[in-house]
Design a protein around this ligand. Structure first.
Ligand code: SF4
Length: 250
């Protein structure tokens, strides 16, 4: 789940759904996409993200700019070295860096984790983010993205998988697929795509659409040589249809 710039921040004014319409209501189009992906891949049972919000926040910070394997290795190493959040919060930055080195960007991530823990404890008196459950979605997201190193993708992962909120995290795979489908403009970045798509996603589909779009991006709608002819979204994908109409080289 890497790829988000730590500097990514929400825009106060949300984009108006990008090009998601393409002759159809954006909500209908996203429902259609979700249905087609579930028909191909099934409805995902869950994901590897921690349910506990504070641990999920740490895991998500560790996921930036690395792959899932290194994210999990650095999280396990950190939890082994500091079995409780209070021990971790009292650690010095170098110890934390050492424990998470396998995931890369260790200095920046250690700083982000320690700052986040200090802020959570300082504002709530405990290592808990439960207060976010009651906040309006945009306020909860604003609070999370005010933490150093936490962008919209990280905040949305937490809001979706720890709190079951209707947030839609967009990673580089989802962004590529959404651009090719014409759901967002080619110029959209991760944060803009997330904020423009999120309100149009049918209730209850945020998690499965997130996970299935990532799977589509990894297995079929790859950065190079996308496999249009095998794609369940081909009938509704402008780029796929355009590419398929081009004469084949012999
Ligand atoms: S049809 Fe092609 S471009 Fe469109 S989503 Fe599928 S693989 Fe990607």
């Amino acid at each position: 789940m890497g790829g988000e710039s730590p500097r990514a921040r929400p825009r106060r004014k949300q984009a108006a759904g990008g090009g998601a319409g393409r002759g159809k209501d954006p909500g209908q189009r996203l429902a259609d996409i979700s249905r087609r992906l579930c028909a191909r891949f099934g409805r995902p049972a869950g994901c590897a993200h921690e349910k506990d919000p504070v641990r999920n926040l740490i895991l998500t910070i560790l996921s930036q700019n690395t792959n899932d394997g290194n994210r999990d290795r650095s999280f396990s190493s950190l939890m082994r070295r500091f079995p409780s959040l209070s021990l971790l919060a009292r650690a010095n930055s170098l110890e934390v860096e050492e424990a998470i080195r396998v995931g890369g960007l260790a200095r920046a991530k250690a700083k982000a984790i320690l700052s986040a823990l200090a802020r959570v404890k300082g504002e709530n008196g405990e290592f808990s983010l439960e207060f976010l459950r009651e906040k309006p979605l945009s306020d909860a997201r604003d609070w999370l993205t005010s933490l150093p190193g936490v962008g919209v993708k990280t905040a949305n992962i937490l809001l979706l998988f720890s709190f079951g909120r209707k947030a839609f995290p967009v990673d580089t795979h989802i962004l590529r697929v959404a651009r090719r489908l014409g759901l967002v403009p080619a110029s959209a970045d991760l944060a803009r795509a997330a904020l423009s798509l999120e309100p149009h996603i049918p209730g209850g589909e945020h998690a499965s659409l997130h996970l299935n779009m990532i799977r589509l991006g990894r297995e079929i709608c790859r950065p190079r040589n996308p496999r249009h002819e095998e794609c369940p979204l081909l009938p509704i994908c402008p780029e796929g249809l355009r590419e398929m109409r081009k004469p084949r080289r012999t």
